[in-house]
Write a new protein. Sequence first.
Length: 303
Amino acid sequence: MSGCAPTAPDVVTLNAIEAVSIPWLPPGHTKVLPGRGEIFYRHHVHPDPDAPVLLLLHGWTASADLQFFAAYEALGETCSFVAVDHRGHGRGIRSLSPFRLEDAADDAAALVRALGIEQVTTVGYSMGGPISLHLAYRHPDLVRALVLEATALEWREKRWERARWRAVSLLGPMLRSFAYPRWLRRAMHSLLGAGHPFHQYLPWLITEMRRTDPTVVVEAGFALSRYDARPWASTLGKPAAVLVTTEDRLVPPRKQYELARALDATVHELRGDHLCTLVQPDEYAAVSRKVLQHVFDVPSLGE
């Protein structure tokens, strides 16, 4: 009957919905890039029009929010930034074409141009590092400087590395499994540990992780297995800084130092593993600001 109060079943349904706490996120937007698709990005504009503009490029299986949300506020205090979801990741472009690092770089370049931004400093984490390098190589006019974090010039030098990448195809069925959400929840509880401040965001984190297309995860893994910037990285001629995660079990620190040498980059270190952006958010945000301070040569940045 119209005008009646909600029935008991409606109340039960509402109460059964899990409460979701969401961290601070900059405004999100979508833009259609002609010939490419609809891209999702977050855009923070600093009040100072002369503030540096960062382009945040996330890692494999992640999204812009999952990779950088812990640092958004710290970076936004001194910089403008654009944070993109790569194709097939998060809410990024959906395409029938297989994932290629070069296409992800071209997507980012097209967005920067569409937003009327003249130059950016890329901040590339893990897979975002190769995308940053491809962006600087293919669109040098758009890149002012490079900040590369927990990443490398290649991941195919050793036989065991090539064998590991061939096993990426096993991820697809696992990510599609009905048991994946339950496994993911347990893994995140274990990763963060008791008392971690991000426990309040666990429902949000898990749902965000499930946005990425499992097929694209496999395709991106294969793309990374073929990636090798050694022949051309040293020709980029851009100011660069490398953040080395010194206890990284996914990207060996020796490869991160090799990247720094190839780019003649300043080196900064964070004593943490590959997922330090989640496990050590305060330390990650602080050291990222110090890295940017050196790139921009502004002593007061982040102080």
